[in-house]
Design a protein around this ligand. Structure first.
Ligand code: ZN
Length: 288
């Protein structure tokens, strides 16, 4: 088999499968999520970044667009946010009343999938709201302002937007009784998946592309024209997009100049992007 075919169809199952295998074995053995999950997530991100250099989807997207440093800060901040969330759950779980509904006797893998489904549905709902409610869109617009798609875009998010997107699903999973280990395992998988979802990597999920939110369908969500971007909201599963009628697919690929926002005058510095949603500029220019 040729190397490009091997990378195209093997990259996602090998890397995400490797991360999943590690976290599931670790959780089954009762290992502490910190710092193991963060380290394995970082290794997954490095693997995706390296593969982009070998087999890019768009050669131009491997070039700096005056965004690399800012995106690196976004990645660092959001990794800290993920680790902080896991630690916060550690402090909270056991001290808040939860239902007795959680199937704690199920195998860890099934518990992680169940927690993942709850968190993912919350993400889908909040993502759709973020495209409808003006102040939520202003926070989310930073994610859409990227003029190229590559591994760091998964974390190019205003921290407030990240918390609002993930918060409801996480709270629901906690209140239902999911454990720290189970939720942290899913967040680790999601971190690496989000790098794949935005990766400048010529890869394919094959027949699963319609059900798992990989880059093939998610690139349509980043089209420059606002009306075109109201599709494929799913963070991990596209099941929600299928169920609620927002899934979109077509054979021709997204072009190198097709992603971003219609108004290109968006701050490029990290601090500028953090402040932008609260400025008068955002109030007049953000489109919903
Ligand atoms: Zn979006």
């Amino acid at each position: 088999m040729r190397l490009n075919t091997l990378l195209r169809y093997g990259a996602y199952p090998v890397i995400l499968g490797g991360v999943a295998t590690f976290v599931l074995i670790w959780a089954t053995l009762g290992g502490a999520p910190w710092p193991s999950y963060l380290l394995v997530a970082v290794m997954g991100l490095i693997a995706v970044a390296a593969l982009e250099r070998i087999q890019p989807f768009q050669v131009d997207w491997n070039q700096d667009h005056h965004d690399t440093l800012t995106d690196a800060i976004h990645v660092l901040v959001n990794l800290v946010l993920m680790a902080g969330t896991a630690y916060g759950l550690h402090l909270v779980i056991g001290r808040v009343p939860t239902t007795a509904l959680w199937p704690a006797t199920w195998p860890i893998a099934l518990q992680v999938l169940l927690a993942g489904a709850i968190i993912d549905l919350g993400l889908y709902a909040m993502h759709r709201l973020s495209h409808r409610v003006p102040w939520l869109w202003r926070l989310h617009a930073i994610h859409h302002s990227a003029e190229r798609l590559y591994w760091m875009n998964g974390d190019r998010r205003h921290p407030l937007s990240a918390l609002l997107l993930a918060g409801p699903g996480l709270v629901a999973a906690v209140l239902l009784g999911a454990s720290v280990a189970v939720i942290s395992a899913w967040l680790t998988l999601l971190t690496v998946h989000l790098a794949f979802q935005h990766a400048n990597l010529d890869y394919s999920l094959g027949p699963l592309r319609r059900w798992i939110g990989g880059a093939e369908l998610h690139r349509w969500h980043h089209r420059r024209h606002y009306a075109d971007a109201q599709v494929n909201f799913g963070e991990f599963w596209l099941v929600w997009d299928w169920a609620f009628g927002t899934r979109f697919d077509q054979p021709s690929p997204v072009g190198a100049d097709d992603v971003g926002l219609e108004d290109a005058r968006f701050p490029t510095s990290y601090v500028g992007q953090l402040r932008w949603p609260f400025g008068a500029d955002a109030a007049t220019r953000a489109r919903v």
